[in-house]
Design a protein around this ligand. Structure first.
Ligand SMILES: CC(C)(COP(=O)(O)OP(=O)(O)OC[C@H]1O[C@@H](n2cnc3c(N)ncnc32)[C@H](O)[C@@H]1OP(=O)(O)O)[C@@H](O)C(=O)NCCC(=O)NCCS
Length: 325
């Protein structure tokens, strides 16, 4: 998960979220937009770039009526959070809270943390307790809603936060930042006995495009770990213009899946794909050992579809490895 400054589009999405039953008390509306955009809210985004929730801190995380009555002693960092309705009740609440704590806690390092939770929200109380929060003072708003303050010393949440720190702080890059294109004209030296592009030559070009794409994403040296789905869909003949395009489709911790498409470009500019390959490249540190790569930011539907397919291909590769197949 990563956190980004709130935008109007995300704020509008959050304002339209509707929670069932008594959780409807958390429903916001268009009139919340100014507050969501005042600079104390961050959007929580999944690996796929989808909006998963939000968090806020400081006065934005307090119940205004209680703040006016002086029920919030000073010295604490107040944190508030919300998740998109379809993710609630799935048993992943504590993991989300840890992500938020790691992020929001860094807004004021070393300060003890405080959350305000509706007394009736047992699910949230359980998740906060699992993250080291203890229940403290309670109050009832003029509308008759009972709230509890839950507090934690920085150290008791730090251990939760630290477990999540590495993915949180991982740099992230968009797919377009590493996209790579190579252009060739097929010369007699590239041609096999059947007057078509020699497959081995194309594989070399594919490997180079994949390596440059992966290097641009990782900003480090890379090595090719595997090549799969190298499908020759149509031949390419001498004097053709050949275009190779590489883009990162999926990243793990140290590995990147790169898709390389090869097209033949006609004189009128039409492109026909002749090959599609998926390669896995691993980023290497100066010591030659695998090193962490930036996360991948997905901006389009196609990129999200490829990410999901990349996950499945990774599982299949692991299965093949385990079965030595
Ligand atoms: C690729 C290589 C660096 C992986 O090293 P390793 O000791 O297996 O490292 P790890 O087990 O920590 O795996 C590192 C990553 O590589 C991935 N990986 C390892 N072997 C893989 C394979 N055969 N296919 C796909 N991914 C593979 C792992 O899934 C892991 O990814 P993640 O961090 O995103 O989860 C190592 O096997 C190597 O150097 N191979 C030779 C590569 C080479 O010389 N290529 C040129 C070919 S001519």
């Amino acid at each position: 998960m990563r956190f980004a400054p709130m935008t109007r589009a995300w704020a509008q999405e959050i304002a339209a979220w509707r929670y069932p039953g008594f959780y409807a008390v958390y429903n916001l509306g268009e009139d919340s937009l100014p507050e969501l955009l005042e600079g104390r809210y961050a959007a929580a985004l999944g690996e796929d770039g989808e909006l998963r929730g939000f968090c806020c801190w400081g006065a934005a995380a307090q119940v205004p009526a209680a703040a006016r009555q002086g029920l919030y002693p000073e010295g604490w960092l107040d944190i508030g959070l919300g998740r998109r309705p379809q993710d609630c009740g799935q048993g992943s609440g504590a993991a989300f809270v840890r992500e938020v704590l790691a992020f929001a806690g860094r807004q004021a390092p070393g300060r003890p943390l405080r959350l305000t939770v509706m007394e009736a929200n047992l699910r949230a109380r359980k998740a906060y307790a699992a993250c080291g929060f203890a229940e403290g003072a309670s109050f009832v708003t003029p509308e008759g809603v009972a709230f509890l303050l839950m507090t934690a010393e920085p150290r008791s949440t730090e251990c939760c936060a630290q477990r999540e720190r590495s993915p949180m702080e991982r740099q992230a890059k968009h797919v377009y930042e590493s996209r790579t294109e190579q252009i060739q004209i097929l010369m007699p030296g590239h041609i096999n006995g059947a007057r078509r592009l020699f497959g081995g030559r194309l594989m070399e070009w594919i490997d180079v495009v994949a390596a440059v794409t992966a290097r641009r994403h990782a900003a480090s040296d890379v090595t090719t770990a595997s090549v799969d789905r190298l499908v020759f869909e149509a031949p390419a003949l001498v004097n053709s213009t050949i275009i190779l395009q590489g883009q990162v489709t999926y990243v793990g911790r140290t590995s990147m899946e790169v898709r390389v498409d090869t097209f033949v470009e006609a004189l009128d500019g039409r492109r026909d794909r002749v090959n599609r390959a998926y390669l896995v490249l691993v980023a290497l540190g100066e010591d030659g050992a695998p090193r962490e790569v930036p996360r991948l930011l997905l901006d389009t539907e196609e990129e999200r579809r490829e990410w999901e397919a990349g996950k499945r291909r990774r599982d299949l590769r692991l299965q093949r490895q385990q079965e030595a197949f």
